[in-house]
Design a protein around this ligand. Sequence first.
Ligand SMILES: Cc1cc2nc3c(=O)[nH]c(=O)nc-3n(C[C@H](O)[C@H](O)[C@H](O)COP(=O)(O)OP(=O)(O)OC[C@H]3O[C@@H](n4cnc5c(N)ncnc54)[C@H](O)[C@@H]3O)c2cc1C
Length: 105
Amino acid sequence: MPLNLLKFGLSKTYPEPRMFRQPDRLKSSYDAVIIGAGGHGLAAAYYLSRDYGMTDVAVLERSYLGGGNTGRNTTIIRSNYLTPEGVKFYDESCACGKICLRILT
Ligand SMILES: Cc1cc2nc3c(=O)[nH]c(=O)nc-3n(C[C@H](O)[C@H](O)[C@H](O)COP(=O)(O)OP(=O)(O)OC[C@H]3O[C@@H](n4cnc5c(N)ncnc54)[C@H](O)[C@@H]3O)c2cc1C
């Protein structure tokens, strides 16, 4: 466990500014504002930066990063879709997953 996380967990004053930014540190405007730092919100911020060069992006999260469905799911890309459209979606998901792995490793 990272030492900072341990210190944060044991503290009563929530001192870690990088992980939990306070609203008063926000600017008055951004090129884009995304509500929710789940998989979709973070992916949108990533692709805005990568594909459109948009780096002044705020992702606003009411809790902690990935603390919604994204942090709770079983992270399975299934092959049991029953419709032709679903199978295409599955194929595309597998292709995206491989790209994602390449980026992250
Ligand atoms: C138990 C479970 C198992 C699952 N298993 C699978 C699976 O195996 N395979 C699969 O493909 N999918 C699965 N899913 C579905 C998948 O997890 C979701 O479709 C996906 O994570 C949704 O991502 P999201 O970014 O849209 O939402 P979320 O991850 O829920 O992110 C939304 C974020 O927005 C924040 N938020 C909401 N309102 C506000 C607000 N007003 N202001 C600021 N922040 C806000 C929330 O706190 C949250 O962090 C599962 C879901 C669950 C719950």
